[in-house]
Design a protein around this ligand. Structure first.
Ligand code: PLP
Ligand code: ZN
Length: 413
């Protein structure tokens, strides 16, 4: 890979050759992929990019850690829509708001960006089997992207994973192990199994290439905005790989001169499980928390990528905010009714945090903001019904319909 220099430990600075099955540093720290930006500048310009028709994350190959000969993965991952959301912006009292809907990815979450990268790197490593542990979305996206590439998967999920995600896993033909315990317990068992059988490891806190896949969400946001940098980008945080990836993408663009400043990140966690935000707020090392939220994808009590995430929030001079489950459910309804975007609980947590900051007067009225929806609501319909209610139920009878409307004082014109 001519564009990549090495993998460098974020804890101790030790450097490693960027081989396809690169994992952690000896010291336990996670590696960051280091690029040769001077070389990349000679290969990638805004014009060459604009002329490209590839509607996937692979349009940014020069900024991705893959060999030139490695094929694009099969599913159409990335290039998700960035919707302008004027009605919601007005409600929140900010100048401009865009919703980046990553729930439209092939397996319906932002995790597809990391899983497509995992499949590309597993191919380079000559692996036939990939494994991971996941709160649900990393699992279903790995299973889908690997199935399309003809690779076998072993997947570990906590038994609380919502049915929609488990249905995806079974449909994509993964070998699924539902672990009776927390995400932490799930992760530990997967790690032991991967060590034992030598499968390609798609655990985001171990495999440094995955956040390079996730960074494409940041690259796209900026290209879709015509390289006009927003003041803030709000996103939900669990393990921390997503926000770290987003930040990496933005910094890449800054390094090659595509953007001239950087936005501030808004890191949103659930009030019942917020070890990363708490560490930033207290300016102290992170400590484990219970996994106490209905937003299952970010119920991560022991974050696996806290260092990169905490660095990203600090470096961007970002904001942290915690939201309750009730606030997450309210955001689900708000995004649905004002934008027509259906997010799963963790998918709308970024928007819930943005709303809270606006209500607290922490953003100026001329702020420009992007809010990333990280996963689709169809993955978890039980929570959506809980958040948004049941329909009006009537027999097929006009009289009954009229009285149902009257009872609820439904406006009919
Ligand atoms: C995984 C996930 C997140 C958080 O990403 P992390 O890398 O764990 O911080 C947010 N939302 C959804 C829908 C996810 O699946
Ligand atoms: Zn190290």
């Amino acid at each position: 890979m001519r564009n990549v220099i090495c993998g460098r430990c974020v804890k101790c600075g030790r450097e490693y050759e960027a081989v396809p099955n690169l994992t952690n540093c000896e010291c336990g720290g996670i590696l960051d992929i280091i690029y040769d930006y001077e070389y990349i500048k000679t290969k990638l310009t805004k014009e060459t990019l604009a002329a490209r028709s590839t509607p996937t994350m692979w349009r940014y190959r020069e900024l991705l850690p893959v060999e030139e000969s490695t094929p694009d993965t099969e599913l159409r991952v990335g290039w998700s829509p960035l919707y302008e959301a004027p009605r919601l912006a007005k409600k929140l009292g900010i100048c401009k708001l865009w919703i980046k809907d990553d729930g439209i990815n092939p397996t319906a979450s932002l995790k597809d960006r990391a899983s497509a990268m995992a499949v590309a790197k597993a191919r380079e490593a000559g692996a036939k089997v990939i494994a991971c542990s996941s709160t649900g979305n990393a699992a279903s996206s790995l299973a889908g992207n690997a199935a399309a590439a003809g690779l076998k998967t072993y997947i570990f999920v906590p038994s609380r994973a919502p049915k929609g995600k488990v249905a995806q896993l079974m449909t994509f033909g993964a070998t699924v192990i539902s672990v009776q315990g927390s995400y932490e317990d799930t992760f530990e068992l997967s790690k032991a199994a991967i060590d034992r059988w030598g499968w390609y490891n798609r655990n985001a806190a171990i495999n440094p290439y995955l956040s390079e896949g996730k960074k494409t969400v940041g690259l796209e946001i900026m290209e879709q905005l015509g390289w006009q940098v927003p003041d803030y980008i709000a996103i939900s945080v669990g393990d921390g790989c997503t926000i770290a990836g987003l930040w990496k993408g933005l910094k890449d663009l800054y390094a090659i001169g595509f953007i001239d400043r950087l936005p501030k990140l808004i890191s949103v966690q659930a009030a019942g499980c917020c070890p990363i935000n708490r560490a930033v707020e207290e300016n102290a090392p992170w400590r484990p928390m219970e996994e106490n939220t209905l937003a299952d994808s970010i119920a991560v009590g022991v974050p696996r990528n806290p260092d990169k995430a905490i660095n990203a929030i600090r470096e961007s001079q970002g904001l942290t905010v915690e939201v309750t489950d009730a606030e997450i459910m309210a955001a689900q309804k708000l995004l649905g009714t004002t934008c027509g975007v259906f997010g799963e609980p963790a998918g709308v947590t970024g928007a819930a945090g943005l709303k809270k900051l606006c209500e607290q007067g922490k953003l100026s009225p001329d702020a420009t903001v992007v809010s990333v929806v990280t996963g689709n609501g169809l993955k978890d319909v039980a929570n959506a019904i809980q958040a948004c209610g049941e329909p009006i139920s009537v027999p097929s009878d006009m009289e009954k319909l009229l009285s149902a409307f009257a009872e609820r004082e439904i406006p009919l014109r």
